[in-house]
Design a protein around this ligand. Sequence first.
Ligand code: UD1
Length: 391
Amino acid sequence: MTDAIGSNGNKKVLKWMSIVGARPQFVKLGPVCRAIDEHNRQAGSQQINHVILHTGQHYDHEVSGLLFSQLGLPEPNYMLSAGSGSAGVQMARMMARMERALSVEKPDWVVVYGDTNSTLVGALLAARMKFPLAHVEAGCRSLDSGMPEEQNRIVADHLSRLLLTPSKSTVENLQKEGIGSGADPHKRRAVAVGDVMYDTLLQNLPLAQKFATEALEGLGFEKGNYYLLTIHRAENTDNPERLRTILQAASSLDLPVLFPVHPRTKHVLQAAKISPNGAVRCVPPLGYLEMLALGGNAKKILTDSGGVQKEAFYLGIPCVTLREQTEWPETVELGANRLGGVSAQSIREAVFGVQNEDWSHATPYGDGKSAQKIVNEIVNASEDKFQSVSH
Ligand code: UD1
């Protein structure tokens, strides 16, 4: 544990290490950095020393550096450059390098985000090295144990002391697994703080809207006259036939389709020699602001991304999820999102079935002030001496 003394009397400076590595984690980190800065500016508050570790899981400019600059994130204190490879090779590189960083920093809290391989490695090491662990976006479940993301989130949740969840239903998911209930022998705390990606969206939407017209004109698209498509999940890309089917369904719709191609998907398209037909316009991955601008003006969004499903909901754009299940059931219950599955027919039916309605009355994922709650929860948990809880 750090023994630094704060400038505000004898309160200990709290050292957190945020562990990120993949695109959606940079999006979640943005509001947390802002909330920490605001917290530190408050007179008499316990100061937080925020150390950022980037595993390097994502390294291409479009999915890493561009997001850091658009979201105004500070340079990471550690860049592990773990890069690509099989899951085992990638995680082994992260693990050896992260262990060294954790040994040097000895943080009071390790904070992991979402469900990627970087989340899993951060959670395992924090637990093994006995650093208290907080998980942002805890409690999501698809109930598909074959998904790498489901495996990662289950492990991270079970090892965390503080589970910061996006909704009530995610708290219930955890309680079903014995986490955070009155009977939890580890006394883990699960609390609904809301979706931190909603904070990010609200903070960046005005800027994104400013250049929406320019972005549309640059692509030759008109507001409401195109679909936006994203595909990157292993379950959809590892089988080229499945990817081919999704692209066939997309190219048979009634409007052009804008398709920012994730690096993973690009590799598969090239290897399997799949070239989408003219109705599907492939472009490099979009920055966060471009994604908001172009997503917010699409007729509908087709995606297998968890984050994009929620962004569609916040932007009021109907969404079709290119999977059999979702971690965001509230969006489906409210009629904002349909599960399209992965057959060409079911995708088309979902696209023509999901309708544009006003869902702004519904706030299942909080009020856009989730990061502030995350900071408060971790500071309070430190004061509660959570350290007495053993793994
Ligand atoms: C990862 C996460 C997923 C998240 C997604 C967001 C896991 C298991 N999955 O998926 O939950 O929704 O990020 O984007 O952690 N690649 C590049 N350049 C890059 C990054 C990746 O070319 O900057 C290629 C590499 O060939 C790599 C492949 O994409 O092997 C897969 O990347 P990986 O980070 O393993 O998973 P994602 O599919 O991006």
